[in-house]
Design a protein around this ligand. Structure first.
Ligand SMILES: Cc1ncc(COP(=O)(O)O)c(C=O)c1O
Length: 403
């Protein structure tokens, strides 16, 4: 290798570390040093995986068939259960062959872009966006085209905003509702308007529904699949068990789409990772076939914490936190805090503010820069009630309450 050659490929060298995982790692490292850090960083429920799901995994460990390779697209029973769940929860009747089981929703996102995006294609990306999307788009050779909607728009884009960003090179739209990082949920009408616009343009829609069971205040989740049936030939749903069943570490997700897309994505997976761990697939099957009552209990806890966090954040002078109606994130606009002095330091960006809050108040939050423009923080409220109260008290003390 000549000295002028770079050791890491341009494609991979350009990837940034996942900012949310980085904040979490930093908080855990400080904790390991004995600092009492409270983490609002990680997007994972603090509940254990329900017992009946764990029991199904334990049983699967006893079956030697699970020690072997299985079909790359997923265990037939799980694909069938996902097809049923898609009909029940997303209003789309699909064949089992339209389902691909992946290593978490994250791999489904990656494979969806790899499968439909070519070099130089534009992909419309509503911002603030989940931090993985732009990297997955770039890895597929595409250009993420950010379409921003701020707190004043309830963090929701419209067909007009999308139209302004559309070019003849636009190949796909990423749609995420309920949203990570903002917690915004599009209404049925808003979803329909965007889906109809996309259908008229003939572009793909990749719709990430991983938070579909977590909505509050009576807000109803309506899938893009149900809202715009004419989009089905160009629609890819992404989903998984991580958030709904407190199963982040089990790594089971899926994508659902038209036959040709799923077949091509399966070919990719057959070379990339083959089948998802059979024991984890058995656990996911138990989750999907089981009742949703434990999910309801978790949602109630999240709902209580949501109200506490929004109230606590809005009590800080310079913070404007719209009420999120889905997922488990609050996304306050903190532009009012930038340029002010805290403990002798004047943060000019939300990244500097987050750094300062971690260092001085021992509270981990993710800066808006991880999800789009500066000026925002993301706080996950999927942490215990006591930590939540203590974390808010520290933030209020450090940043100052409203007079
Ligand atoms: C919007 C969104 N989609 C997909 C995922 C992927 O979840 P997993 O890979 O854990 O199934 C996440 C996880 O944070 C997410 O927030």
């Amino acid at each position: 290798m000549s000295p002028s050659q770079q050791r890491i490929s341009r494609r991979i060298g350009a990837i940034a570390e996942s900012a949310t995982l980085a904040v979490d790692a930093k908080a855990k490292a400080l904790k390991a040093q004995g600092r009492p850090v409270i983490g609002f960083g990680a997007g994972e429920p603090d509940f254990p995986t329900p017992d009946y799901i764990v029991a199904a995994a334990a049983e699967a460990l006893e079956n030697p068939a699970n020690f072997r390779y299985s079909p790359a697209a997923g265990q037939p029973k799980l694909r069938a259960a996902i097809a049923r769940a898609t009909a029940r929860d997303s209003g789309w009747e699909v064949a089992d062959s339209q389902v691909l089981v992946t290593n978490g929703g994250k791999q489904a996102v990656y494979q969806a872009f790899q499968t439909v995006v070519d070099d130089g294609d534009d992909v419309l990306l509503p911002a603030p966006y989940w931090t993985t999307y732009p990297e997955a788009i770039r890895l597929a050779g595409g250009n993420p085209v950010e379409v921003f909607a701020g707190a004043e728009d309830d963090y929701k884009v419209t067909p007009e905003k999308l139209e302004a960003a559309w070019t003849p090179r636009t190949r796909a739209l990423l749609f995420c509702s309920p949203s990570n990082p903002t917690g915004a949920v599009y209404t049925a009408e808003e979803t329909r308007a965007i889906g109809e616009w996309a259908a008229a343009k003939g572009i793909f829609v990749i719709s990430d529904e991983i938070y579909q069971h977590l909505t509050y205040d009576g807000v109803e989740f309506v899938s893009m699949a149900q809202a715009v049936p004419e989009l089905h030939e160009n629609l890819i749903l992404v989903n998984g068990v991580a958030k709904t069943y407190a199963m982040t570490g089990w790594r089971v997700g899926w994508l659902v789409g038209p036959q040709d897309v799923v077949k091509a994505a399966t070919n990719l997976q057959s070379h990339l990772s083959s089948n998802v761990n059979n024991v984890a697939q058995a656990a996911a099957l138990a989750a999907l076939e089981g009742p949703l009552d434990q999910v309801d209990a978790m949602r109630e806890a999240f709902d209580r914490r949501r109200r506490t966090i929004v109230e606590g954040l809005n009590a800080i002078d310079g913070v404007n936190c719209p009420v999120p109606t889905g997922a488990f994130y609050a996304y306050p606009d903190v532009t009012g805090l930038l340029g002010r002095e805290f403990d002798g330091v004047r943060p000019e960006t939300s990244a500097e503010l987050a750094e300062l809050i971690l260092e001085k108040a021992e509270v981990a939050v993710v800066p808006g820069e991880a999800f789009g423009p500066s000026g925002y923080l993301r706080l996950s409220y999927a942490l215990g009630d006591d930590d939540l109260a203590e974390g808010l008290a520290r933030l209020q003390k450090f940043l100052g309450g409203k007079n």
